[in-house]
Structures are given as structure tokens and as C-alpha cells.
Write a protein that binds this ligand. Structure first.
Ligand code: BGC
Length: 493
């Protein structure tokens, strides 16, 4: 197989940039702080390669124009050539994992587990294309999707982020979703990120960020298999996973990151760590950073502690703990992704095509979302031919989730842990709102107290749960935190 760690395919432009960059600038390229902890001045001073919005971390009033303005400011700072720095545009990354759903008014698609039930790879590509345009409408270029986890224990709080327990189904979506997001890396494409490498869905008892203790053959057949079509489609980035494989954390797993992913499978893009994911490798932060970078992590997602991270990196290079060749390889990969995506040629975010043709929540995208909802519904039984219900029937609609768009959308919608109620989900339709539209005699009674045999022909009870994300959704689970203060776990509304 191709060894992508070799330099022979790297374009001259990337090698030329690399030759002109100072060590400080190279290390800055390897960092991705969270937006709340960095200003444009920090970007100018430290040359960050990327910034991210954690789930629910949104600028201004969370309108596309707020996002574009924020990205313009960061972009301009990254392009400064003051004091001999080499201008390198930054990549901005978000979790658009079921539509660009952090943003108010975006089209929200069903979560992946629902899309798995649709069993329709073509639909997945169209969802990804629509999502890419809604991301570009906010001046953003990179999303941490698709999630290629194969959830093997439904107690895992991230099961809804997995398309299926069946690796073949996940594989049938992986390449199409990457193609939909990245396109031909032209005007309509964003940078995709296959995550979380690898075995995230295979942890013991479904514990989030837990231990995946399985033989290599099972890891390959169940958890690595879905990555192959994504890599074949040229996915530009891969995110390391919080879980361990047979006792070694993936963030520090040289064999999995460097030998398997980069060397054997020929992945030529860069590996991003997960949210403070490096921190768990060792109680001593510097040791943890060295383990991750030497194992093959190219860019570090750091919520808050980027100053300490930079200082440690610098010292680790100067004392030889991290070889300069490893730094050059990481930065080469980051620049290569930026080059392949055409980032150097793109104007500032506010001048790009989709920032000027805002399609966030566009009717044609909502039509795809509706199709996805229809196709992902699962009918378990229809005893006595209750369905379909006559639109003229006197329908009683009950349940706390009957008129709750927030609960319908789930986690990673406007807030990291999702929203409650209708106020924050603009443009959607709750189940009650949908029924009301077509059935004039329907009546809403959330607690069901209006139910009466004489006045209703049939009752629909909507059962659901409060949204959650990640460890918060694992039975009795809590999210483990890294060094950063991180984000709150609260639900909006
Ligand atoms: C999650 C990732 C996500 C990242 C950035 C992490 O906690 O595990 O899936 O992309 O946060 O928000």
C-alpha cells in the first residue's frame, strides 16, 4: 500500500511554505483552540491552524451573518504578514453532525441512527450536499462529520450518532457522505472529518470513552471497515477517539494512528485530536502531549489551555522528545489539506459565494429533511389495522413530547446537549403541529386529561426523552473533562 508519510506527492507550494515557516508558526498550525478562548489578536500572534466551535458555542445572535463576521475577523488575522510571518488561512471547524444544527434556523436532519433505518445511500449524499452549503453560508469550511461509529451496545450515549450496528450499512453511507460534503473540493464543498478513529462504538457496556477490548480482526472487520470507503473518497481529516483499544488510548496509539491509518491505509490528510482528548494520556500535560504527537496526532483540539500546550510543545521539540521531523510531517499534512481544499485561493469568508447566497434552512433542504424523516420512520406493529389514521378522525394527541421541537431534534441542536421546547428550533414542525395541519378535528392534551371515549376516535401518545449528548446519555454516565473548563452541559429552554 501507499505510504503517505513520504514526501514525494507533496506539492512544491506546501514544501516551500514549510521551509519559510518559523518553529512558532509551525506549532501554531498544530493547534485548534475553542473560539471562546481566543481572539483574532491571539491568532495573529500564535498562527493557529484552526479554531473550532464546540457544540452550542455560537457567536453574536447565532445568525449566519454573525458567523461570517466572526470568521472574517479570524481569517484576516491568520493572513497577516506582520513581522515576517507567512500568511496561512485558518480552517474553522464545527459539529454539523445532523445539518448545521448549531445555527438558529438551520435545516435539522434526523440523527444518524434514524438515517440508518432509511437504508438509502443516495439520500445520505444529498443530505451531505445540503449540509455543506448551510455550513458555507456561515463562512465555515470544516465539519467533524461523518461519524462512522458502529454502535454495538445501545446503552452507549452516542448510539444516535451511529448509523447502525451493522458495519456494512455504515460503510455504504461513509463514502457517499464524504462525497456529498467535500464534492470536488470546489465552491460547494467543505472539509469532512471521519470520526472517531477507532472502535468508539465497541466499548465495554457501552461506556462512553471506555475500553474496546476486542481482537484485531474484529476491530478491522467491524470498526475499521467503514473507514475504507471514506478514505477512498479522499476524506481530508480523521478525528482520534476517546476510547482505548485493548488498554491503550487511541489518542496515544502509534500503531493505529501512524502504522495502520497513515501507512497501511494511505491516509494523506491530518489527524485531529478530540476535545482535550490528549489530556487523558498522562497526568502530566507535557508527557500527554508528547505521547499524542509522537503517536501521530497532527492537530490538537484544545478547549482552553492552548498557551500551556504551546509552551510544552516548544520545549518538547527543543529537548528532542518530539523530533522536528514529526512536527514537519504534521504541519505538512495540515498545509496539504488546506492546499487540496483550495483554501489559499479562497477570498475571505464574507466574499465567498455561499456567504452571499445564504441557503440556511432553504426550502429545498427542508424538503430533503422531510424525505429523510419519512424514510427513517420504523413501524413496529399495526395491530388491528389502526394505521393509517383517517385525517377526519377526532384524534387526541398526548404526551410531553407531542409539541416539543427541541426534544424531537435531540442533542447537538443549537446547544451541545440539545434544546427543550419550541423557541430555539426555528422553522421545524412538532408532531402536534404536523397533525394539526392535516387533521382539523385533532386535539392536543399534553397530560391526556382531555381523553374521553365519546369525543375521540383514536389517541396518539408521543413518547420521547430530554435530549443529551455524549457521556450524558450513557446510563448513569457523566462526561469526563480535560484540562479546559470546557462547555456547560445544560440544555437550552
Ligand atoms: C466530541 C466530538 C466533537 C468535539 C467538538 C467532542 O466532545 O467527542 O465528536 O466533534 O467534541 O465539539
Amino acid at each position: 500500500m501507499k505510504d503517505s508519510t513520504q514526501d514525494d506527492t507533496t506539492p512544491a507550494r506546501v514544501m516551500d511554505l514549510l521551509a519559510r515557516m518559523s518553529l512558532d508558526q509551525k506549532l501554531g498550525q498544530m493547534l485548534q483552540p475553542e473560539r471562546l478562548s481566543v481572539t483574532p489578536d491571539d491568532v495573529r500572534a500564535h498562527h493557529f491552524g484552526s479554531i473550532l466551535s464546540g457544540g452550542g458555542s455560537t457567536p453574536g445572535e447565532n445568525r449566519p451573518t454573525d458567523w461570517v463576521a466572526m470568521n472574517d475577523a479570524y481569517w484576516a488575522a491568520s493572513m497577516s504578514d506582520e513581522e515576517g510571518r507567512v500568511p496561512i488561512p485558518l480552517l474553522y471547524g464545527v459539529d454539523a453532525i445532523h445539518g448545521n444544527a448549531n445555527v438558529l434556523g438551520a435545516t435539522v436532519f434526523p440523527h444518524n441512527i434514524g438515517l440508518g433505518a432509511a437504508n438509502d445511500p443516495d439520500l445520505l449524499q444529498r443530505i451531505a450536499e445540503a449540509t455543506a452549503k448551510e455550513i458555507l453560508s456561515t463562512g465555515v469550511e470544516w465539519t467533524f462529520a461523518p461519524t462512522l461509529a458502529v454502535a454495538r451496545d445501545i446503552r452507549w450515549g452516542r448510539t444516535y450518532e451511529s448509523y447502525s450496528e451493522d458495519p456494512a450499512l455504515v460503510a455504504s453511507y461513509a463514502g457517499r457522505f464524504v462525497r456529498g460534503l467535500q464534492g470536488d473540493l470546489g465552491r460547494d464543498g467543505v472539509v469532512a472529518c471521519a470520526k472517531h478513529w477507532v472502535g468508539d462504538g465497541g466499548t465495554r457496556d457501552g461506556f462512553d470513552q471506555g475500553e474496546t477490548d476486542i481482537p484485531e480482526r474484529e476491530l478491522v472487520e467491524t470498526h475499521i471497515a467503514p473507514y475504507l470507503p471514506a478514505l477512498a473518497e479522499g476524506v481530508l481529516t480523521v478525528m482520534a477517539s476517546f476510547n482505548s483499544w485493548n488498554g491503550v488510548k487511541c489518542h496515544g496509539h502509534r500503531y493505529l494512528l501512524t502504522d495502520v491509518l497513515k501507512a497501511q491505509l494511505g491516509f494523506a490528510g491530518f489527524v485531529i485530536s478530540d476535545w482535550d482528548g490528549v489530556d487523558y494520556l498522562d497526568a502530566d500535560y507535557a508527557t500527554a502531549i508528547a505521547k499524542a504527537v509522537n503517536a501521530g496526532v497532527d492537530m490538537l483540539m484544545v478547549s482552553v489551555e492552548w498557551r500551556a500546550c504551546l509552551e510544552h510543545l516548544k520545549r518538547l521539540v527543543s529537548d528532542g522528545t518530539i523530533p522536528l521531523t514529526r512536527i514537519d510531517d504534521a504541519v505538512r499534512r495540515i498545509l496539504l489539506v488546506k492546499h487540496r481544499y483550495g483554501l489559499f485561493e479562497r477570498p475571505r469568508p464574507g466574499k465567498r459565494y455561499w456567504s452571499r447566497h445564504n441557503v440556511l434552512g432553504a426550502p429545498e433542504h427542508r424538503a430533503i429533511a422531510r424525505e429523510a424523516v419519512r424514510k427513517s420512520l420504523v413501524l413496529l406493529k399495526n395491530e388491528g389495522g389502526v394505521l393509517p389514521i383517517d385525517k377526519g378522525a377526532r384524534i387526541l394527541v398526548a404526551g410531553r413530547n407531542a409539541d416539543n421541537r427541541g426534544h424531537q431534534c435531540g442533542g447537538f441542536t443549537v446547544a451541545w446537549q440539545g434544546a427543550s421546547g419550541n423557541d430555539f428550533i426555528h422553522g421545524g414542525t412538532s408532531i402536534w403541529e404536523g397533525i394539526r395541519e392535516v387533521a382539523p378535528q385533532a386535539e392536543l392534551s399534553v397530560d391526556g386529561s382531555a381523553a374521553e371515549a365519546g369525543s375521540h376516535d383514536v389517541a396518539i401518545v408521543v413518547i420521547g426523552e430530554r435530549p443529551y449528548a455524549e457521556g450524558m446519555g450513557t446510563c448513569g454516565g457523566r462526561r469526563r473533562r480535560g484540562r479546559g473548563q470546557g462547555r456547560g452541559g445544560s440544555t437550552i429552554g
